[in-house]
Structures are given as structure tokens and as C-alpha cells.
Design a protein around this ligand. Structure first.
Ligand code: NCD
Length: 307
């Protein structure tokens, strides 16, 4: 069935639901004294990270180890990549070592798709440029379902630097497939025209956060990705926080049941105030824990369980 996971668009509703249900099973392993299943014993998972990462890299490593796979961690720094080796030659090396799965994070959008043509194993996109980050969308969907009991019918506001966000793109695709309504919110300079209804029919765009909050079940705050900004997209950090930052008074506009999400890493005080990040509505720490279960499910299903 599914061999690679490159995009949120690779997942139909049945496959996504199977992954979320399998992740719920995997979550029970985290509560045990011995946090390990033999499912991927003898299989090799390579983590190929060309871009900085804390959560995603550790999460994939923990997931593969909990399934008893052999894990090889490769980071571009200190490897032959700094000697100019191409992605293709690196891929052929991994192939020669018998990688059953390659988890790749790369600054170039589309790099995982190229890699999938060069290796025989499964390729999992752990974030490519400003393009996609499908396991993040899955763990976000898992978190919504765990907190609110469903995904279909939810109103989800995705707020901030949509332009540079692979998290936003993958969420728009997956949430549409699972029947949620997404509204992208941010300054016009940070909402590209190709990501709204053009990407998934029904997706809406608003430039007014205060107007969207009262009808939102989920608010997903995005990091302002300064490292990808060559130009200035807003007047000042202060002005951005004033219009699009989620602070306590703004959070009070949400319905009582609503949750606040953030993929991390956060710019505290910019897109999200500390009192919001640390409030009971915040799912930020749960998202990290759920990420391990979801990645266990994806590795398990791609490498053997889903035929
Ligand atoms: C995100 C990423 O790297 O795309 N973080 C993550 O994977 N947890 C979002 C970000 O960098 O802002």
C-alpha cells in the first residue's frame, strides 16, 4: 500500500485513521516499565538530518528504538556532505548499508521525493524546506483527537508565518482529508496564495485573529521563521505580537473547550505569550509525547504492518 510518507496528500482518510489508531496502541507501550516492542528487530532505520532539529530527530530515534530497530543517526555536520558529497551519493551509501527506512530532513523542498527514487527502502519526510512535514500533521491530528474526541467538524485556526511553514501545509492537507475546517490567519505578506483553497478546497483565509478566535476549537500557533526571512514581512516584532501573538486576554476569547497548539520551537513573547504556552489549554508538551507514538505507528506500518 503506502511505501513512503512524503506529503500529507499521501494519506487518505482510512490510512490516516489507521495510523492514528495504531499510534494509540503504541502509546500504551510508553506507560510500561520496558518501553520496547520487537516489531522491527533486525531492520535498519537511518535518520538523515541536513537541518537543525531537536524534537523531530529525537522523536524518530526514540520511535525506532522502541520498535527494536537498529538506528543510524547521520547529521550533515561532520559528514562527507561538508566535503561536497551530493544527496544522491549519500543515498547510494545508505542503500549499500541496507537501510530499510530513511528519515530525512532537508532545507530543500522536494529532497525527500528525490531520495525516494534512489533508495529501495521507505522514505519518511521529516521536514523539507518550506514544503511539508507530514508526521507533524499526524501528531497534531492525534493530539486534537485525544483532547477533543474527534477531528471531523473541528474549526482549526492556523496562525502566523504560514509562508515558511511546512507544518501548516501538511496540516491543511491532512485536516481537510479528515473533515476539519482550517482557517489560515496572519498578515497578508505571510499567507501565500497557493496554500489556502488552492491546496485544499474549503480552506479559508483571515487577516483578523480576534475575529476568528471565538469560533475556533483549535488554535495552532506557528513559529515566526526568521532564519528563512531575507526580507521584512512585518514592521517589527512588537507590532507582529500585538496583531498576531496569542496572549492571555486574546486566549480568553476562545470557547472554553478550545486548545492551543504549537509545533515548537517557540518564540515565547512573540507568537505566543508564556502564560498561554504554560496554560492548561496548551497541548505543546503532549504534542511531543504523541509524536513518538505516531512515528512508531508510521514506521511500523510502512516497514511491515501495512500490505
Ligand atoms: C517545525 C519544523 O521544523 O518544521 N518544528 C518541528 O518539527 N517540531 C516548526 C518550526 O521549525 O517552526
Amino acid at each position: 500500500m503506502l511505501k513512503h510518507l512524503l506529503s500529507g496528500a499521501d494519506l487518505d482518510a482510512a490510512t490516516a485513521t489507521l495510523i492514528l489508531d495504531t499510534a494509540a496502541e503504541m502509546a500504551t507501550v510508553a506507560g510500561r516499565e520496558v518501553k520496547k516492542l520487537p516489531a522491527l528487530r533486525g531492520r535498519t532505520v537511518v535518520n538523515l538530518f541536513y537541518e537543525d532539529s531537536t524534537r523531530t530527530r529525537i522523536s524518530f530515534e526514540a520511535a525506532a528504538k522502541r520498535l527494536s530497530a537498529d538506528v543510524i543517526n547521520f547529521s550533515a555536520k561532520g559528514s562527507s556532505v561538508s566535503k561536497g558529497e551530493s544527496l544522491k551519493d549519500t543515498a547510494l551509501t545508505l542503500q549499500a548499508m541496507g537501510a530499510d527506512a530513511v528519515v530525512i530532513r532537508h532545507p530543500a523542498s522536494g529532497a525527500p521525493h528525490r531520495l525516494a527514487n534512489w533508495v529501495e527502502g521507505s522514505v519518511l519526510n521529516a521536514g523539507d524546506g518550506t514544503h511539508e512535514h507530514p508526521t507533524q500533521a499526524l501528531l497534531d491530528a492525534y493530539t486534537m483527537r485525544a483532547r477533543l474526541g474527534r477531528i471531523a467538524g473541528l474549526s482549526v485556526a492556523v496562525v502566523g508565518d504560514v509562508l515558511h511553514s511546512r507544518v501548516a501545509r501538511s496540516n491543511v492537507l491532512l485536516l481537510a482529508t479528515l473533515g476539519a475546517k482550517v482557517t489560515l490567519v496572519g498578515p497578508p505578506t505571510l499567507i501565500p496564495v497557493d496554500i489556502g483553497a488552492a491546496l485544499a478546497p474549503g480552506t479559508e483565509v483571515s487577516y483578523d485573529l480576534d475575529a476568528v478566535l471565538p469560533t475556533s476549537d483549535v488554535v495552532m500557533m506557528l513559529r515566526v521563521q526568521r532564519e528563512r526571512m531575507a526580507d521584512s514581512y512585518f514592521p517589527s516584532a512588537r507590532e507582529y505580537a500585538r496583531r498576531y501573538g496569542l496572549d492571555g486576554p486574546r486566549m480568553a476569547r476562545l470557547p472554553d473547550h478550545a486548545i492551543v497548539m504549537h509545533p515548537g520551537p517557540m518564540n515565547r513573547g512573540m507568537e505566543i505569550a508564556p502564560e498561554v504556552a504554560d496554560s492548561p489549554r496548551s497541548t505543546i508538551v503532549e504534542q511531543v509525547a504523541n509524536g513518538v507514538s505516531v512515528r512508531m505507528a508510521v514506521l511500523y506500518l510502512l516497514l511491515g504492518g501495512m500490505h
